[in-house]
Design a protein around this ligand. Structure first.
Ligand code: NDP
Length: 237
């Protein structure tokens, strides 16, 4: 168990999958949680009802919309930048606009959210970014653009850890392997290929990733910063 009583948290992309599990974990452990979503209003309402968190529609592509969510908060201790999409396919065939949109959501949005979050955040705060083991390794074709965005998160957390360390704000990336969500269902067509690369041959549960986020958000993790925390069943081993 972690204790977030008295803490305020913002989770970007909390309506489904890993983000919803993070909202649930932080709220269950006492945090006052706000989360954003892009289009899934019903899913967001269900998460809000289940957890007592506050749902706000704000597209991570829209820097000003996310900045407004942050500035509307009474205070901020924990920022989890989770929203992301995966555009996969033959790079010679993929729509370049779809790749640009992914870069906007997965890279441009997180950079500006981290800066705006740090500006608003109490000293001793936590910034946690959802990377991917594909930021380290990409052992199959069709995922170059996605890997590019997750590698970008690695440089980002290292840099921001230096920029914000004097305020005891920690900045870390969590790097999951396959996690059972809408993005990557455990019974999807790529499951056998993914599991063949793993030491523990199953998708992670979103709650397992949320547990790692909770540790990084906790007081206990105050000296952990600028680091990449892989949780991948040995996918990258
Ligand atoms: P899902 O597709 O299941 O959920 C994505 C969440 O992000 C939803 O809440 C969605 O909101 C939100 N989101 C997506 N785009 C935007 C946007 N433009 N603005 C605001 N919110 C947005 O994905 P996962 O839970 O699987 O993935 C979450 C993160 O984890 C991503 O960054 C992903 O890259 C990363 N990851 C996932 C892995 C996996 O195997 N599942 C492995 C490694 C990393 P809405 O419901 O409104 O669409």
């Amino acid at each position: 168990m972690t204790d977030f009583n008295g803490k305020t948290a913002l989770v970007l992309g909390g309506s489904r999958g890993i983000g919803a599990a993070i909202v649930e974990r932080l709220a269950n452990d006492g945090a006052s949680v706000t989360f954003t979503y892009a289009g899934s209003k019903d899913a967001a309402s269900a998460v809000a009802e289940k957890t007592g968190a506050t749902a706000v529609q704000a597209d991570s592509k829209d820097r000003k919309a996310v900045a407004k969510v942050i500035s509307d908060l009474p205070s901020l201790d924990i920022l989890v930048i989770n929203a992301g999409i995966a555009v996969m396919g033959d790079p010679l065939e993929l729509d370049p606009d779809a790749i640009d949109e992914m870069i906007d959501i997965n890279v441009r949005g997180p950079y500006h959210a981290a800066v705006d979050g740090a500006r608003a955040m109490n000293d001793g705060g936590r910034i946690i970014v959802m990377g991917s083991v594909n930021g380290d390794r990409i052992p199959f074709p069709t995922a170059t653009g996605y890997a590019l965005t997750k590698s970008a998160m690695q440089g980002m957390v290292r840099g921001f850890a230096r920029d914000f360390g004097h305020r005891n704000i920690t900045v870390n990336a969590v790097q999951p392997g396959p996690v059972d969500t809408d993005m990557n269902p455990a019974d999807g067509p790529l499951k056998d290929m993914m599991h063949s690369a793993m030491a523990i041959k199953r998708h992670a549960h979103a709650s397992e990733v949320a547990g790692m986020v909770a540790y990084l958000a906790s007081d206990e993790a105050g000296i952990v910063t600028g680091a990449l925390h892989t949780i991948d069943g040995g996918f990258g081993a």
